[in-house]
Design a protein. Structure first.
Length: 91
């Protein structure tokens, strides 16, 4: 039964297929700690999204290299917006 319960971050990562970080809900980007070209490990904090009066830390879905950072602090984003892309695993 625990397999059916996922956090918003886990759901967004699974739905993105591992190459992107998506906004799990509408919100305000509060902090961006990732930069293009940065090596990241699965679970590394990349961004903080403020939504529903809470802060949600968005993490790397897998090990990889940041290909693009598509949101900046202060951006208002909608549900499903691609915030960050990793280089494809087979690149």
């Amino acid at each position: 039964m625990d397999d059916l319960i996922r956090t918003a971050d886990e759901a967004a990562e699974a739905d993105a297929g591992g190459d992107s970080v998506l906004a799990p809900m509408p919100g305000l980007v509060k902090l961006v700690s990732a930069v293009k070209g940065q090596n990241v490990s699965k679970g590394d904090a990349l961004m903080v999204l403020e939504a529903m009066k809470m802060e949600h830390t968005l993490t790397a879905p897998r090990d990889g290299i940041v290909a693009e950072v598509l949101a900046a602090a202060g951006d208002q984003v909608s549900d499903g917006t691609v915030l960050l892309a990793l280089e494809p695993e087979n690149a």
